[in-house]
Write a protein that binds this ligand. Structure first.
Ligand code: NIG
Ligand code: FE
Length: 402
C-alpha cells in the first residue's frame, strides 16, 4: 500500500453531502490518500503519517472536474465559421457536416493524437473525468472506430451516430435511422464500446419520432440515453427526455416551467453548457429557475469544433456565474458532483472517504478564485487516483505572497 498526505490546505472542498454547506468546505485541512482512494479527511494538526507528504501551503484543494459532455473525436478546423458567427451569422446544426468530411479523411492515428492533445489540455485546467461522444464519422465503421479510440481513454463513451443525417442519406433520413438501429447500436453494445447513447434532437438533426425510435433501440441493448435537448428551440425534446427517463438532458437552453417540473420529478440531470451560449451568441438560460424547480444541474464544456471549442471548466464556471446566475458554490458543485451525477458515478466528484483521489491544488487560497480570476490559470497541480497528472508551476504561488 502507498499513501500520500496533502497537508496545510487552507480550504478543502469535499462536496460531502452530509455537510451544512453545499460544498462541504473544511478549513486548515489535510487529505490522506491510500492506493488512489481518499482514506481520511481531517484537520492538518491531526493528520496521520504517510509515505509521501505534499504541502498545500495555504492553498485550496478541490475535487477534479467531471466533464460529462464532449465531442473530441474529429479532424478539421472551423475557426472561420466561429468568426462569421461573431460577425452576425447564426449557428445551425448544418456546420457539423464540415467536420464529418474532415473526420472521414483523417486516419485513426490522427484522430487519436488530436484527442490526446485535447485531453491533456483539459487535465491542465483541472478535469479528471471525461465523457466522449462519437458523431463525426456517421458510417458504421467510423462511428465504431471513434468509440474504440475514445474507449482507450475513458469508460464514459457515448454512441452519437444520431448527430446529423449524413449527406448520402439526405433524401431518405429514416434509412439512416434504420442503420443506427440495426447495425450501429447492436455492434457498439456487443463490442462493449459504448456505455451511453445520445441523439441531437433538434430541427436540422433528428425529430421526436426518430429520437424515440433510436432511444428505444439503445435501451433494448443496454445503452442508457443522454440527449441533446432544447439547444436551439423547444420542439419537445425535453419532454421526451423526461418521458424516457434520460440520465441527462444537455444544453437545456430553452426549457418551459412545465418541463422543469417533469424533469425534477423524473430525476434527469440538466447539463448546462455555458461555452456554447458564449460561442454561438445564444441567450444564456437563467439557472435560478432550474434550481427553484428542484432540478439537479451539471456544468460541462461540450468541447467540440463547431458550437464551442473550449475545454476549460473554469472558463465555463466563470460564464455560468456571471451570465447564468449560478452562485460560485453552485457552479463548482455542478462542475464536480453535478457532472458525476450526470454520469451516474459515485466514485468521483467528491473528496470524502472512499472517493477516488481526483483533486486539484489551486494556485490560490480559496476556490472562489476560480471564478474571481477569470482567464487566469488557477490550477497548480492535478491528481487522478492519487497520482500527479499535470502541474502548472507558477512563480507567484500564494505561499510566496507577503
Ligand atoms: O453539442 N449540438 C450538437 N452537437 C454539438 C455541436 C456540434 C458541431 O457544431 O460540430 C453541440 O453543440
Ligand atoms: Fe454536444
Amino acid at each position: 500500500m502507498t499513501s500520500l498526505l496533502v497537508t496545510d490546505i487552507a480550504e478543502l472542498v469535499t462536496n460531502d453531502p452530509h455537510a451544512q454547506d453545499l460544498l462541504g468546505v473544511r478549513q486548515n485541512a489535510a487529505l490522506l490518500v491510500e492506493d488512489g482512494t481518499v482514506a481520511w479527511v481531517g484537520d492538518t494538526g491531526q493528520a496521520p503519517a504517510a509515505d509521501e507528504v505534499v504541502p498545500a501551503s495555504g492553498r485550496a484543494v478541490i475535487p477534479g472536474f467531471v466533464d460529462s459532455h464532449n465531442h473530441l473525436i474529429f479532424a478539421g478546423d472551423r475557426s472561420e465559421e466561429f468568426a462569421a458567427r461573431m460577425a452576425g451569422q447564426a449557428y445551425s446544426a448544418g456546420g457539423i457536416a464540415t467536420t464529418v468530411s474532415a473526420t472521414r479523411e483523417a486516419s485513426a492515428q490522427q484522430l487519436e493524437d488530436n484527442l490526446v492533445r485535447l485531453l491533456r489540455q483539459a487535465e491542465h485546467s483541472g478535469t479528471t473525468t471525461f465523457e466522449i461522444k462519437s458523431g463525426y464519422g456517421l458510417t458504421v465503421e467510423s462511428e465504431l472506430e471513434a468509440l474504440r479510440i475514445a474507449r482507450r481513454h475513458t469508460e464514459e463513451t457515448t454512441l452519437m451516430a444520431a448527430h446529423v443525417v449524413p449527406a448520402e442519406y439526405k433524401e431518405a433520413p429514416d434509412n439512416y435511422v434504420d442503420l443506427i438501429i440495426d447495425q450501429m447500436i447492436p455492434r457498439a453494445a456487443q463490442e462493449g464500446l459504448a456505455k451511453w447513447l445520445d441523439v441531437f434532437c433538434e430541427e436540422g438533426a433528428f425529430d421526436i419520432a426518430q429520437t424515440r425510435r433510436i432511444v428505444d433501440a439503445g435501451l433494448a441493448h443496454g445503452l442508457k440515453p443522454r440527449l441533446h435537448a432544447n439547444q436551439l428551440s423547444d420542439m419537445g425534446a425535453m419532454a421526451l427526455a423526461a418521458e424516457v427517463g434520460a440520465v441527462s438532458a444537455d444544453h437545456a437552453t430553452f426549457v418551459s416551467d412545465e418541463d422543469l417540473a417533469r424533469i425534477a420529478e423524473v430525476g434527469t440531470v440538466l447539463t448546462l453548457l455555458p461555452s456554447i451560449e458564449f460561442s454561438t451568441r445564444q441567450p444564456y438560460p437563467d439557472v435560478r429557475r432550474y434550481h427553484e424547480a428542484g432540478v439537479t444541474v451539471a456544468i460541462a464544456s461540450d468541447c467540440n469544433p463547431g458550437s464551442g471549442f473550449s475545454n476549460s471548466i473554469p472558463f465555463c464556471m466563470a460564464i455560468a456565474v456571471r451570465d447564468m446566475h449560478f452562485t460560485v458554490e453552485q457552479a463548482l458543485w455542478s462542475a464536480t458532483a453535478g457532472g458525476a451525477r450526470a454520469l451516474q458515478r459515485t466514485d468521483v466528484g467528491a473528496l470524502t472517504v472512499g472517493s477516488r483521489a481526483d483533486f486539484s491544488i489551486l494556485d490560490a487560497p480559496s476556490y472562489r478564485h476560480l471564478v474571481y480570476r477569470p482567464g487566469v490559470q488557477q490550477i497548480a497541480e492535478v491528481y487522478r487516483a492519487g497520482t500527479l497528472i499535470s502541474s502548472n508551476p507558477s512563480p507567484f504561488t500564494c505561499k510566496e505572497l507577503p
